[in-house]
Design a protein. Structure first.
Length: 365
């Protein structure tokens, strides 16, 4: 029934060294944290060299200041920029201090390194990171309603046991089949302590999948609310839909593929002829004997993504676990398409297959 890790930015180098004809040796640059340390500038006649180790953010590489250049009765040289350090945000240290000679004193560098675009392990922390919570863990907790076109929409969050408000978690949005908010693939059985789950509920029995409908709008607001209230990795947003929820997933990925990094669905169908935007990594589960959502609808959506993601539409997909899933070959890096065609299950939610296949698919990102 149709119901991404960037490294820290490089620190700038030390300021221009003194221009006196008789300078003393350069002093080594101070350590930089997060951004890269500037290299030391040398006075003209000096010859001392120094190394200044910098420490990267979590998961980053350290930088080492270079040696000061030897003077030769000429003007001091300018400190070079430090090499880029990958890792978390941090203020860069001071640049190198130029030598002080008889002819004058070089000006000290003081430029700070830029903040890294993402933190440890390649995560992109959301605005809610660092915000403590007293919410019950390991349970569905209802949140304050979200207004969508004058209607108060209900939504819930499942925080993992041991939730750490400074750790950016993947987030999985669950979109239910026709009925209530509980008619979802039970992803909490497999995500353990490693993901935040979010669910909402349709106003009527099934979701409104119209391109300009209230439920496509609701999804964007759910993303914002989740990332503001909790510590989410904005680069790892995932969606799981069943039946009506699968139709909505297909509509969302068509209207704005950037909202989700990857999605997995059971049953569902194509949103129809639309000018779809953006790519998405995708896993489909559909039964040949589904009399409620004919498999042809998802074949159409699958084929659209095979072409969009640059996959080989001719070579048969390669089987992988869990069976009967198979992965198309030649897809653009980071945009796989996996097809899991079952038999004899009808319109069943296929909880065991769906949860295991979806979580295994998502953890590759």
């Amino acid at each position: 029934m149709n119901p991404t890790s960037n490294g820290g930015m490089p620190g700038t180098g030390g300021a221009t060294a003194g221009t006196s004809p008789i300078g003393t040796g350069g002093v080594a640059g101070m350590p930089a944290t997060g951004g890269s340390a500037g290299l030391p500038s040398a006075g003209a006649a000096g010859s001392s060299a120094g190394t200044a180790p910098g420490s990267g953010g979590d998961g980053g590489n350290s930088t080492t200041g270079g040696a000061g250049s030897a003077g030769a009765n000429a003007a001091g040289s300018t400190g070079a920029a430090g090499s880029e350090a990958q890792g978390g945000a941090g203020a860069g240290g001071a640049g190198a201090t130029a030598g002080a000679g008889a002819g004058g004193t070089g000006q000290a560098g003081s430029s700070a390194g830029g903040a890294g675009a993402s933190g440890a392990g390649g995560a992109t922390p959301s605005a809610g990171c660092g915000t403590p919570t007293s919410a019950e863990l390991g349970a569905w907790v209802e949140q304050s309603t979200i207004d969508v076109r004058g209607v108060a929409r209900r939504w819930w969050v499942w925080l993992p046991m041991g939730y750490d408000p400074t750790r950016a978690y993947p987030v999985v949005f669950l979109l239910h089949g026709c009925g209530t908010e509980t008619n979802n693939v039970p992803m909490q059985r497999v995500t353990g302590d490693d993901a935040i789950l979010v669910r909402s509920v349709a106003v009527e029995d099934c979701w409104d999948t119209a391109a300009n409908g209230p439920d496509v709008e609701l999804f964007g607001l759910l993303v914002t609310a989740a990332e503001t209230g909790f510590c989410v990795d904005s680069g790892r947003r995932f969606g799981v839909g069943y039946s009506s929820g699968s139709w909505l997933i297909n509509a969302i990925e068509c209207e704005d593929g950037s909202l989700l990094r990857a999605a997995a669905t059971v049953a569902g169908g194509t949103p129809g002829a639309r000018n779809c935007m953006g790519r998405i990594a995708r896993l489909f589960i559909h039964d040949q004997d589904d009399m409620d959502n004919d498999i042809s609808g998802n074949i159409t959506e699958r084929d659209r993504l095979i072409e969009l993601n640059g996959c080989d539409a001719v070579t048969p997909p390669v089987p992988e676990d869990p069976a009967p899933c198979a992965r198309y070959q030649g897809c653009d890096e980071g945009y796989p398409v996996v097809w899991c065609e079952t038999t004899g299950e009808g319109h069943d939610r296929q909880d065991t297959l769906a949860s295991e296949a979806a979580w295994g698919f998502f953890t590759a990102f």
